[in-house]
Each structure stands twice: as C-alpha cells, then as structure tokens.
Design a protein around this ligand. Structure first.
Ligand SMILES: Cc1cc2nc3c(=O)[nH]c(=O)nc-3n(C[C@H](O)[C@H](O)[C@H](O)COP(=O)(O)OP(=O)(O)OC[C@H]3O[C@@H](n4cnc5c(N)ncnc54)[C@H](O)[C@@H]3O)c2cc1C
Length: 399
C-alpha cells in the first residue's frame, strides 16, 4: 500500500494530552493546570481527531463504536486498530471508599484536590469547633507509590505555604498521613533512595504508616488496620491502577488483571489487525515479566507499534519492543527529589534539578515547555496563589 493512502484517525475523550508527571504540580499550583496539557491538534498535524469514547468493538467486521460527546454513536471501520486506553484507579472493596475517597489520575482530580484543600483551610479558619478543625486539617493519602507520594509532598508543601493566610488554622496545625500496606514506599526505586525519601517526608512532619491498610472511610473519618480512626474529610486513593473497564466490552482476550495481552511486536495475541500499548496492554518486558504501567514504557512503545503497523501495511519491517528503563525520578517538593540514571543515584537538589530538566525535555511542544518555565519562574518571587477556582467552568442556571 502506498504511504500516502493511509488515513490516521485518533479517537480520544479529550482534545488534549495530559503530561501526568506534572499533575502533582498542577494540584499544588506551581504549574497552571492548562500548562500541563498539550492540545492534540497542535502536535498531530496529519491525524484526523475525533472526540468521544470507544464503547464497542466488532473484530469480525473490523469496526469500533464511537460515542461522541453529545451522546450520538457512530460505527467506524478500520484496517488496523491500536488501543492505548490507559488505566483507572484500582479500587479495592473498602467500605466507603468509592463514596468518600478521591483518586489522583486526571486533571480534574488535581484541580478538585487543590480546591478542596483551599476550602478545608478556609473552613478550618472560620470554625470555632476544634473537633471539626481536626477533620478539616487532616489529609490522608493511601498508597506509597510515586503518584501518591508526589501528590502528597506537593500538596503538603502548598498547604504549608498557604497556611500563612489562615492564622487560626495555622495555630491548630495540620496533619498529613500516608498509609502504605507494605513495609516500604516507592517500590519503583532503589531501597536506599526510598528510605531517603521517607526520612525527608517524616522530617517535614508527614506521618507515614507502613504495613497499614485503610479499612473503612466515612464522610468525616478513615479507619486504619492499626485500629485507629482518623478524623478527616480528605482521603486520596493512589493505591495502584487497573486497566480501563471498557476493555471488557471490546471482544478481545484479557489477562487475569484485565489487560490486553500482546506479543513482543505489541500485536494483540491471536489477532492480525489489533494492537495495544501503554497501561492497557500486558506487553512482555525484555527484562522478564510485563512492562510496568509507566509513561516511559508507553511513549517508547508508540514508535515501535507505529513501525509495526506500517510493516503490516507493506512499509518497512517489524521490530520487537526492547526497552530498559534507564532513569526514574520522584519529586518530593521543596526542591528535593530522588532518582536514578542508569546505575547512578541522585538525591536532594541535584535530583530535583535533573528531574525538572528531564520532564522539560519530555513534555511535547515548545509552547508548553516555555509556559512551564514561566510558571516556575513567576513562582519564585511571589507567594502561592490560594484562589479557589472550583466554581469556574460550572455555570449557574439561568434565572
Ligand atoms: C499522578 C501521576 C504521575 C505519574 N508520573 C509518572 C512519571 O513520572 N513517569 C512515568 O513514567 N509515568 C508516570 N505516571 C504513569 C503514566 O501517566 C502512565 O503510565 C501513562 O500515562 C500511560 O499512558 P497510556 O497512553 O497507556 O494512557 P493515558 O496516558 O492514560 O492515555 C489514555 C487516553 O485514552 C483516553 N481514553 C480512555 N478510554 C477511552 C475510550 N473508551 N475512548 C476513547 N479514549 C479513551 C483517555 O482520555 C486518555 O487520553 C504517572 C501517573 C500518574 C497518575
């Protein structure tokens, strides 16, 4: 097939790409939320973008069902289908979790959480009731992986600065708690670095409970496996991810975790025209096992699968996915981080600087890079912005 005859259609629920490593900074307000996303139309000049959700798939007919934003459904035919649907928060059957806890996966989650922290500070400053202040000023995060730890570190940093504007709440004091089921945090990195991170966070007054699980959540409390009930109005659930539930309706094979199994060419096992990458795929890791759900793997699988689909259409030759993660960083806020490049480990300010430089090189688009630098620079001489922007974007009814 000649190259120019291929037509690329991207179906996505939003018209932007979220750069998740910056999500904690968007929540903390060091980056403007719009500056952690890249408009897809700016970076995909030759791709036809359709906004909506894939809600069905017929592998025999080679069609997918697209539900558009305003509810209409449409059948789209394909020659080759690539699934990169990502993941959702892995919710465990903890009573009250779904009703009262919040996740930390999307831009909406980050904006919600920031507004919520500001609202709790406002309320805690206004109330005369010390028990209510306890609930408002206790923040519980569950899950000590990088997403949870970074979110907690950045938000605690933000709240500590914001406290200057809330003298009555400041007098009472805040409590930030991290609950982790296993005996360590940050399983993704070297144990020594994880212990350094733990010391840093504990040194800042963050209460870290290892080998502890969340047993029950209510509107104003969280019960832990230690038997303690924490008064709180904030439970943030960051205890792992699960594949998109919609995968179950796409008539594809799924492994025991609900991911789509693919071979080393990223082709769905048993199919000649469906491919999968990223968090939704169970792709063989060249080091053994399966690729972990990280952006590092997803973005490197992209060009490989593109090449393999082109090869299927008669252009070029296929190539197996071979990637070893060379670097990883975890931001601890306050100009500190931990990380590794190859065998070398870094901690403190050098790690933080390297992490920022790395992320700057990765966020797509010169405009987004420039905006991120401007946000960070503007944040140096000025105090944190504590405006609560929750009502923006939710218009009031007419009349
Ligand atoms: C807070 C946080 C911090 C992170 N930090 C790092 C980090 O520092 N380094 C790292 O390597 N990884 C990091 N990750 C993990 C990383 O974000 C994911 O591994 C990566 O985004 C997976 O890429 P993906 O393309 O598979 O899915 P995603 O990036 O989630 O993209 C999936 C896309 O599919 C769309 N979609 C979903 N369902 C449908 C549907 N039915 N129809 C149409 N479109 C649909 C979604 O809207 C989304 O745009 C972090 C994750 C979080 C939550």
């Amino acid at each position: 097939m000649p190259r120019q005859s291929a037509r690329l259609v991207l179906v996505n629920e939003t018209n932007f790409m979220l750069y998740t490593p910056f999500l904690p900074e968007a929540a903390a307000g060091t980056l403007e939320p719009r500056h952690v996303v890249t408009p897809l139309r700016d970076i995909l000049k030759r791709t036809y973008l359709r906004l909506g959700s894939i809600v069905g798939h017929d592998p025999e007919a080679k069609t997918v069902e697209l539900r558009a934003k305003y509810g209409e459904t449409e059948t789209l035919p394909y020659d080759q289908l690539l699934l990169a649907l990502g993941s959702v928060s892995r919710v465990l059957p903890v009573p009250g979790l779904a009703e009262h806890a919040v996740g930390f996966k999307s831009l909406a989650d980050a904006i919600y959480l920031r507004n919520h922290v500001v609202e709790t500070l406002e309320e805690a400053n206004a109330t005369e009731d010390p028990a209510r202040r306890d609930e408002l000023l206790t923040y519980v995060f569950v899950g000590g992986g990088y997403a949870g730890l970074e979110a907690l570190a950045e938000l605690q940093d933000f709240a500590a600065d914001a406290m200057e504007s809330y003298p009555r709440a400041r007098l009472h004091g805040m409590r930030w708690v991290l609950v982790e089921a296993t005996g360590r945090v940050l399983p993704e990195i070297d144990l020594k670095l994880a212990e350094y991170a733990l010391r840093q966070l504990r040194g800042r007054g963050i209460d870290i409970r290892l080998e502890t699980t969340l047993e029950q959540v209510e509107a104003n409390s969280a019960r832990l496996s230690s038997g303690e009930t924490l008064p709180t109005r904030t439970v943030v659930w960051t205890a792992g991810v699960a594949p998109q539930p919609i995968l179950k309706q796409l008539n594809l094979p799924l492994d025991e975790r609900g991911r789509v199994p693919v071979d080393e060419y990223l082709r769905v096992r048993g199919s000649d025209s469906v491919w999968a990458i990223g968090d939704c795929a169970a792709a063989p890791d060249p080091r053994g096992g399966f690729c972990p759900p990280t952006a590092q793997h997803a973005v490197r699988q992209g060009p490989v699968v593109a090449r393999n689909i082109a090869a299927e259409l008669g252009v070029g030759s296929p190539q197996p996915f071979e990637y070893r993660s060379e670097a990883s960083f975890v931001n601890l806020g306050r100009y500190k981080a931990v990380g590794r490049i190859g065998e070398r480990t870094f901690r403190g300010f050098p790690a933080w600087w390297l992490a920022r430089s790395y992320h700057m090189s990765q966020i797509p688009g010169a405009a987004r890079k420039a905006r991120a630098v401007l946000d960070w620079t503007a944040g140096l001489p000025f105090r944190r912005d504590i405006s609560e922007v929750g009502s923006i974007g939710h218009r009031k009814p007419l009349g």
